[in-house]
Design a protein around this ligand. Structure first.
Ligand code: ADP
Length: 610
């Protein structure tokens, strides 16, 4: 267990150490890189200017010619002057290999360089090596300042016509050193390939050799070819320092930084401290900003979204808040848009509702008209049916007896001698006449009832009596196979007094019984009555041909006859229609129960008292 813990701790320690190491190195390199890039920017600019001068055709022409054109020389000098004044380089120079003349700004010939003059050593060194550009630090006697000169060969590198370039004050670099120094005790140096310090903040470091400051191992590591180098825990001036070096672009120069170990650690601490604080501040700011955003943007948008949902569901009773509409920003625009949309929609819906109400009204009117129309059509078709039935039946029913009357009247005329035949004919004439009369009476009756001319005369009469009297009318001449039964008599039912129109009641009973006998070949016809609380119900039941269900629906209509395919029917389809009208006059009801081929029962009920 303990060993696991120790191993865990060792692992953690080594991981955290390696992370720290990484951060540590990065910090060193980043510092140096900032510094190196500052120097590089200055150098590159100066180099660019120097090249533009050294490669100038006028200068090449001038330095290349034994007898230079004064105009060409003037152009070259003008260019130098221009670069000095516009780009602000403290000094611009051009030295000819041929004449050894040292020209600089302000069209000024400063010197004739000499190989014997140690101050001019730089020139002879520069043209000796075939390198397009070199740097050298020197003290400028005119400006009385330490300068970095950027020397660029004029013309061919192997046979140069001269050297031209610009000078940059060393103090420019030293200022940058001060700006970039990560801590008070840190040192930043610019060194050359020989390990000499060319530039340093401390004047006493300048021109020192690294060999004096560090051991051999460290110096050779610094001067190695690698672009970047970090050397840890270097002994320097009685302390432990961290050292980093880096090439300045593609030059032979390097920047070197040495920093006390403790300083670097405290820098790292402050960085992590700052990082924590800046993270916290960023988080807080994010919270504040997001809550402001929520208040000013998200919430209004959520409100507007809800509103749009409600509008989509046609709920227009809600309003866009005034404070949203009053806003000057895009949300305000959106809110205004919603508001006017909602108003427009309300208007449209209002109009639609009004139009709908109008439509509904028209629909109702149309419905009423339709009902009237239907009734009219039904009435029209009914009256058409009545007329047709009337024409068919009545014309047939009247014509047949009329033909008989006419025909037999003719025969009487011819057969007047034979008396017995004559008697027979006379009988037929009487029968046909009577039949015709009966039909006519019925038609007249219907017409009277339709026009309301039939008024009931109410009297009190015995139910038993009315049944007996009506049955008696049929006792003579009834078919042999049909038995007419008076059920009230058979069962000796109690008599009942009815207050109604005696003649009309007899009429209906008569019609029922005559039909029952007519449509019963053999069997019985049973006449009865029974009582309910307020009504008397008369019934006539037969065992005749019966009526199918379809015909039962229309049987009480005038001129309606069932097609029996027999010749039994000598009526005109008016009997039951008259009966129905009569019962209605007496404030009663009429109905039937029947089964095809088994028989029928016809009922009518009338109030016991009116
Ligand atoms: P009709 O004078 O033609 O008999 P009704 O109005 O009295 O006229 O009767 C209408 C039709 O009803 C008849 O044509 C007949 O077909 C049918 N009908 C009436 N009573 C009976 C019944 N008791 N049995 C069978 N059919 C009947």
């Amino acid at each position: 267990m303990l060993s696991v813990l120790i191993m865990g701790w060792v692992h953690y320690y080594s991981v955290s150490q390696s992370i720290m190491q990484d951060v540590y190195n990065k910090q060193l390199i980043n510092n140096l890189r900032a510094h190196q890039s500052d120097i590089l920017v200055i150098l590159e600019k100066a180099l660019e200017t120097s090249i533009s001068l050294a490669d100038d055709p006028a200068l090449i022409d001038w330095f290349g010619s034994d007898n230079p054109d004064p105009k060409v020389k003037d152009i070259a000098l003008r260019k130098m002057d221009y670069l000095h004044h516009t780009l602000g380089y403290p000094t611009i120079f051009a030295v000819s290999t041929k004449t050894k003349e040292y020209w600089h700004e302000n069209f000024h010939l400063l010197d004739i360089v000499s190989i014997d003059d140690p101050d001019d050593k730089w020139f002879f060194e520069t043209i000796k090596y075939p390198r397009k550009s070199t740097l050298n630090f020197d003290y400028n006697n005119v400006l009385k300042k330490s300068m970095l000169f950027i020397n660029v060969l004029v013309g061919n590198e192997y046979d140069p016509l001269g050297v031209a370039g610009v000078g940059v004050k060393s103090s420019v670099f030293i200022e940058k050193f001060r700006e970039n120094k990560p801590s008070e005790n840190a040192h930043l140096w610019l060194i050359n390939k020989d390990g000499n310090i060319l530039l340093a903040e401390n004047a006493e470091d300048i021109n020192q050799s690294l060999d004096v400051l560090f051991n051999e191992e460290v110096v050779s590591a610094i001067l190695s070819d690698s672009d970047e180098k970090i050397i840890r825990a270097v002994d320097f001036r009685k302390g432990k320092f961290e050292l980093a070096s880096m090439n300045v672009g593609v030059t032979d120069y390097k920047v070197v930084m040495v920093i006390p170990k403790d300083d670097l650690l405290s820098i790292l601490d402050s960085i992590s401290y700052n990082t924590i604080w800046s993270t916290i501040i960023t988080l807080l700011l994010t919270l504040v900003i997001s809550s402001i955003l929520a208040k000013s943007i998200t919430r209004p948008i959520v409100q507007l979204t809800r509103l749009s949902n409600k509008i989509a569901h046609a709920k227009l009773d809600i309003k866009v808040e005034e404070r949203l509409i009053d806003r000057d920003d895009e949300i305000g625009q959106l809110a205004k848009g919603f508001d006017s949309m909602q108003k427009q929609l309300s208007l449209v819906i209002e109009r639609l509702n009004a139009a709908n109400a109008d439509l509904e009204k028209e629909k109702k009117q149309l419905k009423a008209i339709n009902i009237e129309l239907n009734e009219t059509i039904i009435k029209a078709s009914e009256s058409e049916r009545l007329t047709k039935a009337f024409m068919a039946n009545i014309s047939h029913e009247i014509r047949t007896p009329m033909n008989s009357i006419l025909g037999f009247a003719q025969l009487i005329d011819e057969e007047i001698k034979n008396e017995s035949v004559l008697k027979n004919y006379a009988n037929i004439i009487v029968n046909s006449g009577n039949h015709l009369l009966a039909i006519l009476n019925n038609i007249i009756e219907v017409a009277k009832m339709d026009s309301g001319m039939v008024k009931p005369e109410f009297v009190s009469f015995s139910a038993k009596q009315v049944v007996n009297d009506t049955i008696r009318l049929f006792e003579y001449g009834i078919k042999q196979n049909v038995k007419l039964i008076n059920q009230s008599e058979e069962q000796d039912s109690d008599d009942v007094q009815v207050y109604s129109d005696l003649m009309l009641v007899k009429r209906v009973l008569n019609n029922f019984i005559s039909n029952a006998i007519k449509y019963t070949k053999n069997g019985e016809v049973r006449v009865a009555y029974e009582l309910s609380a307020t009504h008397i119900i008369f019934s006539v039941a037969d065992t005749g041909i019966g009526i199918n269900e379809n015909d039962q629906l229309s049987i009480f209509k005038p001129f309606w006859q069932v097609d029996h395919n027999t010749s039994i029917n000598d009526g005109a389809g008016l009997g039951l229609a008259i009966s129905k009208k009569v019962v209605e006059i007496l404030h009663g009801h009429i109905w039937l129960e029947s089964k095809f081929n088994e028989g029928s029962v016809f009922y009518f009920s009338i109030p016991l008292n009116q």
